[in-house]
Design a protein around this ligand. Sequence first.
Ligand SMILES: [Zn+2]
Length: 389
Amino acid sequence: MASEKLVITNIGQILSGKLEAPILDGDCVVSVDGRITDIGYAKDMDLDNATVKVYAHGVTLTPGLIDSHVHPVIGDYTPRQQQLNWIDSCLHGGVTTMISAGEVHAPGRPKDIVGLKAMAIASQRWYENFRPSGVKMLAGAPVIEDGMVESDFKELADAGVKLLGEVGLGSVKAGETAAQMVKWARKYGIQSTIHTGGPSIPGSGLIDKDVVLEADADIIGHINGGHTALPDDQITCLCESCNRGIEIVHNGNERAGLLAMRTAFEIKQAERVILGTDSPAGSGVQPLGILRMIAMLSSLGDIPPEIAFCFATGNTARMRDLDCGIIEIGRSADFVLMDTAQHAPGRNMLESIHQGNLPGVGMTIIDGIVRTNRSRNTPPATHMPEIIE
Ligand SMILES: [Zn+2]
């Protein structure tokens, strides 16, 4: 089979997704068969035999954004808000990978152990077999219930399940039981996340810092609450008392999110900060949620936007062991081309984001394939990339 070679030239700037070097030198990125093969200046690179050429017109290239916390159910439909094509809408907001924190909105979701395992395995399969609009949906995240034993976790892992849904959304609320199950999950290579804060909808409960610390899940899920945050002293304590992922979500308390981010910087552990929307939820679906988080944290938290982009790309990829999220040779060719929104203040895109404005998405690319052109959801970008052959 002939290989597919994508060449993107005339890039204005490349955001790497890596905290240690968030902006890369170069104006050109090449991928072959969905993997990045070269990054640098076009004059020094082999651009021959491209199957697709994109002329970027000076816009910014970033890694595809990762939403670390979503609640999908099936296909591109959410029963939570009776909404179709929400994943496609998020792709128009630059999100190319989503991670399920549990398919909890399935009507009649099974809570018996056989049933919850069956649903997790089925969810993992149907999103692996069908990617809505090309978006990588990592799903099949069972919500743990009392009575599960070690062999259940082994069985799930053997069947391809790699995630636990939010601990605390099921009957397991006690730190000790949760800790045991999280350990079993980890032993078999299943990552875990825990609901943090007050109840989100009728039926869920309070998970405070003591339960979070005892359970010791890999990710402190929505440390800023989903929706209700813990008291400030508990949030700072969580950041300071463990080394797990500090996940800040759109559908949480924004002030608490800023507190968590600032605490992570104070303790010099910004690499732990990752972003999610926690949608679909009672607050709905936010197609621009990740971009809005980047603009909010950068502007109100006064941090460079290129650093805020790392929270939604490289940090998440590293913490969750994904092959996307960083502009690096060998990684997945998942990109967003974006530019200053038309008439946005600021001398350039980063400055306008730092002032709290959203950028305009001009193109999304997943696995080296162009998936969308001008976003139907962001404000229009000033300059637009263009497919020239
Ligand atoms: Zn939650």
